[in-house]
Design a protein around this ligand. Structure first.
Ligand code: AMP
Ligand code: MG
Length: 412
């Protein structure tokens, strides 16, 4: 039995991120912008344009010169500029021009006066000179992005916001990483695959493989699903061998603890360089991590909640660093008051499941989603965050401050 002291969560995560960052993944392809949503950039993007690429109006209104507004509070309208107009307009001194949002602003313009701020009469506008500031309502060239600026960094995951920027820049194709290959199997004589009849009264459905598969797909991995493997040392060794030859990362569920049928551990000890960690977290104490040939390896605990939490908290950052090379994902955490009592034994960092909401005073508060046992995932059904209860903390009373971590899109 492994008598080594418990690792803290931070120690385990740092080791995982270091390994993920050192993983040298260079399989990429070029795809259209439309196909690139949720993919990881394999190149940094530098802007081919300045944005705005020309000085333009932020409002529908009237464009004026400095000298004119110093001398007059009423100006005749000499013409109009519409968005998309190209020709330099004739603009006599002592007049203004009607201008629409997005239209180019002439060189010697001082400001655009919002149309709501003028009185219009006999093709003339009257305005309050004191209210006009230099550059008002003008979007200047390069104000947002300068030509040549780095807009996105290699490794970032593309989302709609980032793709909107690339579309603004007229970029049509991007170089992205091909999905990493992840081989996945469950171990346990008691497991039946979803879609089949339970093999006996003492069987349970292999929910972990389903959940893990879905989370891997959501993270953009290609999943090699190797099914359920019996608790049999030879079979497990054969499957691990095959998995490590085909995949960049091998993930197993179950069999990494200290039970008599926990053969994954034995098999790994014979085949690879694996650390059997006991991490001071709840749920999810047993967790195996290391290398199997060229592939990285994560052995998750069999309990469904433990498997889900360790995947989210440890495997997810590993995969992100494997893809994204050097971009360590930071999770968002902050403090709120709990509205329910929380049961907690000192000694491990708890990842309880909670529901974060605004109370009637508009304050963010969190409540427990109930039973926190690690054998059944119902505590996730209504949850939108983890409640992180520090290692040395005991029971928590309603009204106390707790740290919460809202779920990212993997769980929400
Ligand atoms: P183990 O880690 O193999 O000792 O399993 C711990 C607990 O999780 C046992 O109650 C198993 O029956 C259950 N379990 C193991 N694998 C799975 C799975 N793939 N899906 C659902 N429950 C599982
Ligand atoms: Mg088992």
């Amino acid at each position: 039995m492994n008598k080594s002291p418990l690792l803290t969560f931070q120690q385990a995560k740092e080791l995982i991120l270091t390994t993920g960052n050192a993983f040298n993944y260079d399989q990429y392809k070029t795809v259209s912008l439309m196909e690139s949503i949720d993919c990881y950039l394999a190149e940094s993007i530098y802007s081919p344009l300045s944005i705005p690429s020309f000085n333009n109006s932020a409002m529908d209104g009237y464009v004026v010169r400095q000298q004119d507004i110093e001398n007059f509070s009423t100006l005749p309208i000499a013409g109009s500029i519409f968005a998309g107009d190209n020709d330099e307009i004739t603009w006599p001194k002592g007049s203004c021009l009607r201008i629409m949002t997005g239209a180019y602003v002439p060189q010697d313009a001082y400001a655009v006066i919002m149309q709501e701020k003028v009185t219009l009469q006999n093709n003339c506008i009257t305005f309050d000179q004191q209210q006009i500031k230099k550059g008002q309502n003008i979007r200047y060239i390069g104000e947002s992005i300068n030509k040549g600026d780095k807009v996105l960094t290699k490794g970032e995951r593309l989302n709609i916001g980032k793709l909107a920027t690339l579309a603004t820049l007229g970029i049509q194709q991007v170089k992205i990483y091909k999905p990493i290959k992840v081989a996945l199997f469950s171990t346990g004589n008691e497991l039946t695959s979803i879609g089949e009849d339970l093999k006996s009264n003492n069987h349970i459905y292999d929910s972990n493989r389903f959940t893990l598969h879905l989370m891997l797909k959501t993270l953009g991995c290609e999943v090699i699903d190797l099914g359920i493997i019996k608790d049999d040392l030879t079979l497990i060794k054969q499957t691990l061998q095959k998995a490590s030859e085909e995949a960049d990362l091998v993930i197993t569920s179950g069999g990494v603890s200290v039970g008599d049928a926990d053969y994954v551990k034995q098999a790994l000890e014979q085949l690879g360089h694996i650390n059997f960690w006991k991490i001071a977290i709840k749920p999810g104490k047993p967790f195996a991590f290391g290398r199997l040939g060229q592939a990285l390896f994560c052995g998750l605990p069999g309990n469904p909640v433990s498997s889900l939490v360790t995947f989210y908290q440890l495997v997810q950052p590993l995969i992100l660093t494997m893809f994204s090379q050097k971009i360590a994902p930071n999770s968002l955490t902050f403090k709120v008051k709990t509205t329910s009592n929380l049961t907690k034994t000192p000694g491990r960092l708890d990842f309880q499941r909670g529901y974060l909401y605004s109370n009637k005073n508009g304050e963010l508060v969190v409540t427990s989603t109930g039973q926190q046992g690690s054998h059944f995932t119902s505590s996730f059904d209504r949850a939108n965050c983890f409640i992180l209860l520090e290692k040395d903390r005991g029971d928590v009373l309603a009204g106390e401050w707790v740290i919460v971590e809202p779920f990212n899109k993997l769980l929400s």
